[in-house]
Design a protein around this ligand. Structure first.
Ligand code: ATP
Ligand code: SF4
Ligand code: MG
Length: 327
């Protein structure tokens, strides 16, 4: 069967007073049904931009210049805007880094959780009891009496649980989570990751999980895409990426300190050099200025994606030298 979400050759620019910022570069990525796909990469690599492009929540100055985003076989970029809006909070839902982005501060949790079920043809009291069940499921104590409260009556961790409950109440096919645990302390983070994993399995939805945190990605994800400067430089099964990385950037991230992944490090290791600015077009490999293995052609030719095994692929000329074929 085709993947639930299929991103093909996606390019995106932001218009700015200084020129166009080429923030997504020829991205191709699949999210299979009932799988969790992680997106990792340094700050500014385009993770949120990719997530927001799929959700259709881009700022005004963003322009998709090429590519397709097929969701359940239909192109999100081509469908009428009303059709697309109807998918949000229905087949597609999102959790944000800051729960207050999603919660209305002046409405009760109960009211918000009933409203979000607007596509369900069921009675209000049934919606209320589904909301209570879901709040209970995400670990809100005594939801029946607490759901009349407002967001500020709950702690940060509880608010994120409420957001997860709201996002999953509609039984989406795809949940997009953009750094959902970054604002929480480490203990809460572990709890929320386990909760997400359990709920994903129960509901059978797919998740696109954006994170800086390699440990959380290793724990939660089936597949991983590594982003650098607007490109997916490597993608593959979670074991391949962590144990057999092919791209020099992925290796640099992991080799900084392999032990730290298992110790559930909360931040990406720092590697030498800086993320390039994304103004204008670039020649050659985007990682070349920082790459310890750069050679002759890396400054002129943009590497295509080479397939390594069945699932793994990376954009690096070294793979061509090894005789691997492009995909
Ligand atoms: P972080 O880990 O810090 O959340 P990220 O990987 O999510 O980073 P994005 O927020 O997607 O990165 O940003 C990607 C690039 O696009 C960055 O260079 C950023 O400065 C630029 N960018 C993002 N939003 C806009 C905007 N509205 N206008 C212009 N440039 C933008
Ligand atoms: Fe490094 Fe060249 Fe591979 Fe780019 S193409 S990652 S510069 S070796
Ligand atoms: Mg981001």
């Amino acid at each position: 069967s085709p993947p639930l979400l299929e991103i093909r050759g996606l390019d995106l620019d932001f218009g700015t007073p200084r020129g166009r910022v080429h923030a997504l570069r020829n991205i191709s990525l699949n999210v299979p049904a009932a799988q969790v796909v992680g997106i990792v990469g340094e700050s500014g690599s385009g993770k949120s931009t990719l997530a927001y492009t799929v959700m259709g929540l881009l700022p005004q100055n963003a322009v998709v210049t090429a590519g397709n985003i097929l969701f359940e076989g239909r192109d999100l970029l081509e469908m009428p805007s009303q059709t697309r809006r109807n998918l949000l909070g229905n087949r597609l839902s999102m959790i944000f880094q800051d729960p207050m982005t999603a919660l209305n501060p002046v409405r009760t949790i109960e009211g918000q959780m009933i409203d979000i079920q607007h596509h369900e043809k069921i009675s209000r009291s049934e919606k209320r009891s589904l909301a209570i069940q879901m709040l209970h499921r995400v670990g809100i104590p005594d939801p029946q009496s607490r759901m009349g409260g407002y967001p500020h009556h709950f702690s940060g961790g509880m608010r994120q649980r409420i957001c997860i409950a709201m996002a999953l109440l509609v039984k989406p096919a795809l949940l997009i989570a953009d750094e959902p645990t970054t604002a929480l302390d480490a203990t809460l983070e572990v709890q929320i990751i386990h909760l997400l994993k359990d709920l994903q399995k129960e509901i059978g939805c797919s998740v696109l999980f954006v994170s800086h945190h390699l440990g959380a990605v290793a724990e939660l994800c089936d597949r991983v895409a590594v982003m650098y400067a607007g490109e997916v430089v490597e993608q593959g099964g979670v074991r391949d990426i962590f144990h057999n990385p092919a791209h020099p950037y992925t290796r640099a991230l992991l080799e900084c300190d392999p032990g730290r992944i298992r110790q559930k490090t909360r931040t990406l290791p720092t590697i030498r050099g800086e993320v390039p600015n994304l103004l204008g077009s670039k020649e050659g490999c985007i990682f070349q200025p920082r790459c310890p293995q750069a050679f002759g052609r890396c400054t002129q030719d943009t590497p295509i994606e080479y397939r390594i095994g069945v699932e793994q692929a990376a954009r690096c000329h070294l793979l061509n030298e090894k005789g691997l074929v492009s995909r």
